[in-house]
Ligand binder design. Structure first.
Ligand code: GDP
Length: 306
């Protein structure tokens, strides 16, 4: 069993390769929920949905979100009648968001709702939200605080970031299932996801870091030099007071990291890091990276057993 910590792009790309290496049922994914949002009476959980759609074989892997071939009839009509939504949702995607909102309103936890949806979508992997209470990443720009979705989707990241704030009404506590998934795994893989908005919210859940310290943890850098492969990770790291590079990513995780993987193209060597081609331009490249990582895990397992 491999347990992944995931956002909605970098780690799902790696898991896409992993899917041809090991059966889905041998994978557990702990997913960031700090980008979740309620609107139009439904509950958006972008990273959970990307991971679910990946394992259901429905994911639009050109965009790394949404369902392939989905239409946007409801969203388009809402715009036409003067009720634009903060995010353009596909119609089938919306159905999932409506169902999740109904389940949450009826008293189910997010973990239960996710289990229900994953099973309806026939996902064999175990998909777990990081916690069952609401956490929201917000961006403060020019004195105005906005939801991360508004920053990234609404403004396309084109505003200055004064501060990154994590809003929650109660301290997030990792669910029992999350802690168990870390403890029971052969290894934990933190894929190349955004350190500020995808992985740190998971690490901030009570119990996660302690559990990781007792595990074999492999981390893959989302940066090559000072540049992330995609998305706003550089601006977010800088606003967080960290350099936008692999070294700063490693520093953030080093208390529990056993193997840190940086890209072969990275001009800034990190002491002790393993250099691999981490650029997952297609499924073959994702599979090749997954094979390398699994070799590292298997070698460690053999050493432990010898
Ligand atoms: P988000 O939820 O959509 O922000 O997605 P993640 O946090 O899961 O992933 C975003 C990060 O993935 C970005 O910081 C990218 O640099 C990184 N990323 C995307 N594709 C690749 C890739 O092929 N290789 C590596 N090393 N990083 C990648």
């Amino acid at each position: 069993m491999i347990t992944f910590l995931s956002g909605g792009t970098g780690t799902p790309k790696l898991m896409q390769g992993y899917r041809t290496l090991i059966p889905d049922k041998e994978m557990t994914v702990i997913v960031n929920t700090a980008e979740d949002m309620w609107f139009s009476g439904s509950h958006l959980s972008p990273d959970l949905d990307t991971v679910m759609y990946l394992f259901a074989g429905l994911l639009d892997t050109k965009r790394w979100w949404g369902i392939q071939g989905d239409t946007t009839i409801t969203s388009d009509f809402l715009k036409k009648i003067g009720y634009p939504e903060p995010v353009t949702l596909g119609d089938q995607d919306r159905a999932i968001n409506i169902a999740r909102a109904e389940m949450l309103r009826s008293g189910m936890t997010l973990t239960e709702a996710t289990q229900h949806l994953s099973s309806r979508l026939r996902c064999d992997a175990t998909i777990l939200p990081m916690c069952d209470t609401e956490v929201t990443t917000c961006i403060r720009s020019d004195g105005t605080e906005m939801h991360y979705q508004e920053y990234w989707v609404g403004h396309r990241g084109a505003v200055t970031i004064d501060a990154i704030i994590r809003r929650c009404s109660e301290i997030p506590i990792a669910t029992e299932q999350v802690i168990q998934a870390i403890r029971d795994a052969d290894a934990v893989v933190i894929g190349p996801s955004n350190p500020v908005t995808s992985i740190s919210p998971i690490l901030e859940c009570e119990g996660v870091k302690e559990a990781l310290m007792d595990q074999f943890v492999v981390v893959i850098s989302p940066f090559i030099g000072d540049v992330p492969v995609s998305g706003p990770a550089a601006e977010l790291m800088l606003a967080w007071g960290m350099a936008p590079n692999g070294q700063a990513t490693y520093d953030l995780y080093k208390e529990f990291t056993d193997v840190f993987v940086q890209d072969i193209r990275d001009p800034k060597p990190i002491e002790g890091a393993v250099c691999l081609d981490t650029l997952m331009t297609d499924v073959e490249a994702s599979l090749a990276l997954a094979e390398h990582i699994q070799n590292i895990i298997d070698t460690q397992k053999d050493l432990r057993n010898s």
